[in-house]
Design a protein around this ligand. Sequence first.
Ligand code: HEC
Ligand code: HEC
Ligand code: HEC
Ligand code: HEC
Length: 420
Amino acid sequence: MTPNPRGSQPESTCTRSAARMTRLIATGSLALLVAATTAAAQPRKANPSDDLRPAYATSADVAEGKRVADGLCARCHGVAGISATSGVPHVAGQRPSYLYTKIKAYQSGARDDHTMEGAVKFLNDDALVKVAAYYASLEPAPPAAAEAASKVAAPLDPVAAGKAAAGACAGCHGETGVTATSGTPSLIGFDEKYFVAAMNAYKSGQRQHDMMKMVAMSSSDTDIKHLALFYALQKPSPAKTPSSGNVAAGKAASAACAGCHGERGVSTNAANPSLAGQDAEYFAAAMLAYKNGKRSEETMKLAAASLGDAAIADLAAYFAAQQPQQPKVTKPLTLAEWVQRCDRCHGINGNSTDPRTPAIAAQRIEYLQKALKAYQGNQRRNSVMAAMSASLTDADVASLAAFYARQKARPFVFVMIPSN
Ligand code: HEC
Ligand code: HEC
Ligand code: HEC
Ligand code: HEC
């Protein structure tokens, strides 16, 4: 990439604009071209709010930017903006306005990173524009090797992972979560949130059950999410266990439960479990546990308080006979579906065509992961990326990072602004 050769001889504003090469990104961004033409047709003003300035830098600016970079940045970001240090991003070929606004964000503390804040604290605005222009003008890093990326990436299918983890539960809860063991609940038909809350209640001891505590303690948060998804996707059918109560009597009594547990025990509220098709013995044991306080839950304590053993058995029989339904499940997106969404802003395969939006192609894999995690955890405050990353699982983060790290990064296209 040759920086803009602006001659030293005096020129009129007009010819100078004509000779100026404006750094435009990729092809065919008409709106940008118009904006750039307008900007280039006017004498360059030192307007500090104009974050597009690094896109119009001259070769002299770029040369000055290089001096700043070599002196202050290269020890971390590498000789030509290609980092060899874990956690430090490549900045070579990054979009100019993005570079400039982010350096300012570190300066002001809007982007919180002490290392970077210290490194850029004393630079004035002019130096920031120039160092941004310099890094933007460089050839981007080569894509990560396939092996390097595959080491980090866990190309994990969450449903398959849930199925594998559910192997340990099948002996008690049934192969697909439909129980054949009296006293052990079916796990189908639950909203994922209820499932996760139940597992965490065993973990914390809020729900007391020694066996399930052990099971829950040995499941990570990610395992539990996968399990919840797996069971939510299974074909629902009633428990294959007997019940002894009176279904008709239970039906009459169940009116009191419908407000929370839904029509025929199919709940539409994630906080309230579905009861349709549940094992009768487990059902009765749960009611008793609410009554005597062993399972502490105020609403259910109230609902169960006045019910005798026979009434509970009737309710258990009624709900056991109902047809469970599949809960609403947000099926996780595949990598390709995610990439499609990300590319809307970050450009094809992460090659942003907007000078304000970062390119992520060929970026360091562990930095991409770190950045995504930081948006998720709100350590990096950005509303767009917070929303985009909110529902990414750890596995999604890993495979997206691996995907983008392996893409070829496209440098800027230098476009001569035609004189008018
Ligand atoms: C002591 C090491 C260090 C030095 C010196 C340093 N940086 Fe950084 N830089 C980092 C680290 C670490 C990050 C990642 C911080 C984060 O996660 O937000 C970073 C991030 C950045 C980013 C954000 C990139 C992106 O893709 O979001 C820019 C831009 C940047 N540095 C530019 C510079 C410039 C320009 C200089 C010199 C004036 C400089 N850095 C000096 C360590 C350093
Ligand atoms: C040794 C038998 C056994 C194994 C193995 C087992 N469970 Fe359980 N599970 C139970 C019993 C019994 C209960 C009822 C506990 C209670 O009364 O709270 C239960 C309750 C649950 C509940 C609460 C259901 C509800 O309706 O609130 C969930 C969720 C659950 N188990 C998930 C799992 C998962 C996931 C696994 C495998 C990782 C597993 N269990 C392995 C026996 C088992
Ligand atoms: C005000 C709302 C509300 C009403 C009314 C209500 N429930 Fe519940 N029920 C809940 C909530 C919330 C839970 C989950 C509590 C927990 O986490 O232990 C629950 C849990 C249960 C469970 C345990 C399910 C499981 O899988 O572990 C049973 C059984 C149950 N309710 C039966 C009933 C019956 C029978 C009635 C009517 C007589 C009833 N509930 C009325 C809110 C309600
Ligand atoms: C609506 C536009 C938009 C979408 C969609 C989007 N991003 Fe971003 N992304 C941005 C913007 C703007 C930034 C710069 C945020 C900042 O200033 O910190 C950014 C920053 C990033 C960064 C930090 C780059 C760096 O160099 O520090 C990563 C990594 C990233 N996005 C990945 C993704 C992934 C993966 C997806 C898809 C799951 C995605 N983005 C979807 C607009 C978007």
